[in-house]
Design a protein around this ligand. Sequence first.
Ligand SMILES: N[C@@H](CCC(=O)N[C@@H](CS)C(=O)NCC(=O)O)C(=O)O
Length: 236
Amino acid sequence: MTFVLHSYPDCASHVVRMVLEELGATYRDEVIDMSAGAHRDPPFLRINPRGMVPVLYDETTGASLAETGAILHYLVEQTGRLAPALGNAKQRALYLQWLFFLSNTLHADAQLQYYTERYVGSDLAEDARPNVHARMRQHFGMIEDTLAAHGGPWLLGDTLSVCDFYLGGCARWSQIAPRHAPLEPGAVGGHPHLKGLLSRLETRQSVIRAFAAEETPVSAYFLAPVRSVHTTDNAG
Ligand SMILES: N[C@@H](CCC(=O)N[C@@H](CS)C(=O)NCC(=O)O)C(=O)O
């Protein structure tokens, strides 16, 4: 398996990179310089008309796809790893439920937090912020309750899955959002079970390699993170 990852440091492509590293996959980067607006240039728009990274190209199958959640599920399907086995219907259902929640709610709300002006206009952004923050806090609180209830180390319980890496990304983005938009660290790290999961995640060799690959010089990736020098207001 060889992949090309259309990426930009410290944004959504980072979740895919952590998973590729965890899988031990061979991949190379095609960096889309978002700080220079390359994601809006015709060559990249031909690859992803929505002008967003990540995009993953699978050289083995010829498949190319965007959307973080779809890419993660594609990797699960191709490798049979980082998700419960297909035959384990109950756990697999849980996996699908979380993956969709992460993609269509947590990541979507993190984008609302990141790009508030895009949704409500700059005049109303400050007014919208408290509600957006409240939603994000509520999501992390619900995840904490889930982890406390099953007592396992990962979102699905005992099984490490792509969902844990996606959760890590969302936790990070919610705390490094631009200008006055970041959540206070306690909204994530104040939850002991969530903190435990993220601490386990950020000491995995795959995660350490993924951050080193993007030269993101921070020690706390998911818990009380600081913005990396690469982070643009297009991240998240
Ligand atoms: N729905 C997309 C969102 C990805 C996304 O937000 N990418 C950001 C970088 S982290 C981007 O490309 N932003 C460019 C823009 O919105 O103009 C996904 O799940 O992959």
